[in-house]
Design a protein around this ligand. Sequence first.
Ligand code: PLP
Length: 395
Amino acid sequence: MKNTVNRRSLLKSSLMTLGGMALAPHISMGAFQNASFSVDEKNRLYYSPLLREHFLDERPDVMAMAARLNANENPYGPPESAKKAVIDAVSGGNRYSWRELAVLVDKIAKKEGVDTKHIMMGPGSSDLLEKFALVMFMNGGNIVSADPTYMSLIRVAESVGAKWKPVPCTKDWSHDLKAMEAAIDKDTKMVYICNPNNPVGTITDSKALMDFCSRVSEKVPVFIDEAYLELAEGTGAVSMVSLLKEKKNVIIARTFSKIMGMAGLRVGYAVALPSTLDQIQKITRGGMGISHTSVLGAIASFEDTEFQAMTKKLNTECKEYLYENLKKLNYKYITSYTNFVIFPINMDGKEFLSKMTAKGVMIRTFDINDKPWCRVSMGTMDEMKLFVKALGELS
Ligand SMILES: Cc1ncc(COP(=O)(O)O)c(C=O)c1O
């Protein structure tokens, strides 16, 4: 059984019953801030048949936390170059940023090998995920995706009336492309692929995915969320953007929040066929939501390949350190191609979450198939050491 709860009413009732204490941090501050969400009979957030998430009754003091390893942010950002650009841009904040945005779009188009008409900007890729969901599902239909996966687009699609057709991941936690293709029917309006996939951190083979997107996009648009693609090192993973040259109906979402260290500055973009973007931009505007300072910060960080290379290197070092220590502590884990790692734990997810939080370490705990898992983002090496120490004390 699941109950749909409006965040505001739950917040209100929690304020009454808990004497002023607020809700789970990822709800009150997360992507679904004003959205309806559901809790199941065990008081876990209900994401999917397979995936539930635990949340705390009290919101911890985020600023007092020693290690913030719960939101897959880049601990090294923003790059110095972007900080300077943001500061220098402040005095131009009385003007709309169209000219500067066009400079950024030009650079992105050049890198992606497409015309600027293929680019739609947004204040973070979440904004684009949501806009595509709103527009493409406003007249119903269904969406096919893996389960588990990143729920942002799917949640919004469901909220406006879409039916979600979740397809369980394969045994190795990659997309079951065959089953996904079979799940498409006459009402399917979109296939959503998150590659590498959040929250499992796995990658689906690029060649198989390319074949899938090429074939399936003849029938229905395929949305590929590549938020973590740059971090998929050593896999030969490539973007699906090249399919646009063949006029395939694919939509690729990218973000400045991860490799470029700008999560709080909010910049992302979608690359798609101009006709697909027209459909979205008839109703909503993309770049309008990005501040002038963020546009200038994004131009700087986009060009700061040194910072991006450093992020990759340190991210890999932290993952290796984590793997080594998880093995020492007898934890199995799913090999990750992102900046987070998920692994099964031997403790109730909510208990684990509150114990870690009490130690100043923010992580997320999910139940997958009713078994508890911890998802930890890569922080600085010092933060990873704190995490490993805290984990050791709980084990
Ligand atoms: C798979 C995926 N897509 C999109 C986003 C949204 O990122 P942003 O809105 O910061 O660009 C996230 C954030 O964690 C993510 O994990």
